[in-house]
Design a protein around this ligand. Structure first.
Ligand SMILES: [Zn+2]
Ligand SMILES: [Zn+2]
Length: 244
């Protein structure tokens, strides 16, 4: 059999499936119509810094109240979609299944978050603590970062920010308690310090909830000399009650 015939046979045996619900679809990484319509692609007016959606446009560069009051360490937060049923299913599939195919689907949806100005940036995942990594076997954010690095030709540094302590689940904690829980949780290994100096870093996470973890991570990268840290995520929780 030729390579093409083998590929054809595999396609017949393992038809492409919707990354959301598993229904058979036309091509890999395509969502079925119902799942596609259930995805909330975030493209409307939003805070220039944290990306929180605005009801109506406030003009280019406008910031939300929170960012004016106390800007976080991330210079920008961007997500491909709002955290809804389909986005959640895809995120859970990656988290528990750890399949590179799911990471590729997510990377495709996130492609528009990376622009020409990001050429030369480092790309790094928000890390999991070693114990959680060992338990699960993979870091879902690292899988997305790897797929994005490949697609956009960026330098992937999987351990640019390393977790130095395990943090409790942040669900239910107030803003100050969350910030306290993740303080000192990250460090840039000495060998990466020359690398991060004056560079733009694209920090990758799967789901953006309160931002406390990513913010502590970004602050650590900034202290190590990063010029700019942009947080790019698959999905963003739009209401306080969802996620994490
Ligand atoms: Zn579907
Ligand atoms: Zn904001």
């Amino acid at each position: 059999m030729t390579r093409g015939a083998i590929a054809e046979a595999v396609r017949f045996a393992l038809p492409p499936r919707c990354p959301g619900c598993g229904a058979i679809v036309e091509a890999d990484h395509r969502f079925c119509l119902a799942c596609w319509q259930g995805l909330d692609f975030l493209a409307g007016p939003a805070c220039a810094r944290c990306g929180a959606p605005f009801e109506v446009s406030r003009g280019a560069g406008a910031l939300c109240g929170g960012c004016i009051e106390r800007p976080g360490a991330c210079d920008a937060v961007r997500a491909a979609v709002g955290y809804g049923e389909t986005a959640r299913r895809v995120a859970l599939k990656l988290k528990h299944g750890g399949r590179p195919g799911t990471a590729e689907t997510i990377a495709r949806a996130m492609a528009r978050l990376i622009g020409a100005e990001d050429a030369g940036a480092l790309i790094a995942p928000v890390p999991l603590h070693a114990r959680r990594l060992w338990w699960r076997g993979h870091n879902q954010s690292a899988l997305i970062a790897r797929a994005l690095a490949r697609r956009h030709g960026l330098a992937l540094v999987p351990d640019l920010a390393a977790r130095t302590k395990a943090t409790p689940l942040l669900r239910g904690l107030g803003r100050k308690a969350r910030a306290r829980a993740v303080r000192g949780a990250f460090a840039v290994p000495a060998r990466h310090r020359p690398l991060v100096k004056d560079r733009r870093v694209l920090l990758i996470d799967d789901v953006f909830t309160t931002g406390a973890t990513a913010d502590a991570c970004a602050a650590t990268l900034k202290r190590a000399g990063a010029a700019e840290v942009r947080l790019l995520c698959w999905a963003r929780v739009l209401r306080d009650s969802d996620g994490e």
